[in-house]
Write a new protein. Structure first.
Length: 188
């Protein structure tokens, strides 16, 4: 059964990846690069400071930075434990893919999907009572994660599981964050 799932995963990736075209390649190379998302992070930090002030907002921003560091290391632990080849390195399908980058690390789970989902869901949990449109930030991990399929460097299962892990970690992290925040800021 697992072999069938993995085969379907590869077939779905080949199909999704084949939808790309040279015309759109530069856009997806920009989308997949975290540095180009800096304005979004700066905007989120601005919203946090505006909503909570420098002291509490700074605490939240520090928590977000720790979240990203933890997520990155957690994802690397999973990747190195599972050791699934990336599609661009998989001898069965690499010749069928359009690949524009060639990462050599392992594939499962997607760090892009896990960390961006973890971050975005945590931000929504923090800011949902202050900004009704904050839910739009959830489009970011969807677009960011899809870029990995477009570029042929992750399988769909890597993305889906990464997003599930991201949502789960965000909710756990938020639960503990609120406990610590309550003690630090003596809030009700």
């Amino acid at each position: 059964m697992l072999d069938t799932i993995l085969l379907k995963d590869k077939q779905l990736l080949v199909f999704l990846n084949s939808l790309g075209s040279e015309q759109w390649d530069p856009l997806w190379l920009v989308i997949t690069n975290q540095i180009y998302w800096s304005p979004l992070f700066i905007f989120i930090f601005y919203l946090v400071i505006k909503a909570f002030g420098w002291k509490q907002g700074g605490f939240m921003i520090l928590s977000m930075i720790l979240l990203v560091a933890f997520s990155d290391q957690f994802t690397n632990l999973i990747k190195n434990s599972v050791a699934r080849l990336r599609p661009n390195n998989d001898p069965e399908i690499k010749h069928l893919l359009r690949t524009l980058i060639n990462p050599q690390s392992f594939s499962f789970t997607s760090g892009h999907a896990t960390t961006s989902t973890f971050f975005s869901v945590f931000v929504v949990l923090l800011l949902k009572d202050r900004y009704k449109y904050i839910y739009f930030v959830l489009f970011w991990p969807l677009i960011f994660a899809y870029s990995r399929l477009y570029l042929g460097v992750h399988f769909p299962i890597d993305i889906i599981v990464g997003m599930i892990v991201g949502v789960t970690l965000a909710n756990i992290y938020y639960f503990f964050f609120k406990k610590v925040e309550k003690k630090v800021f003596k809030t009700a």
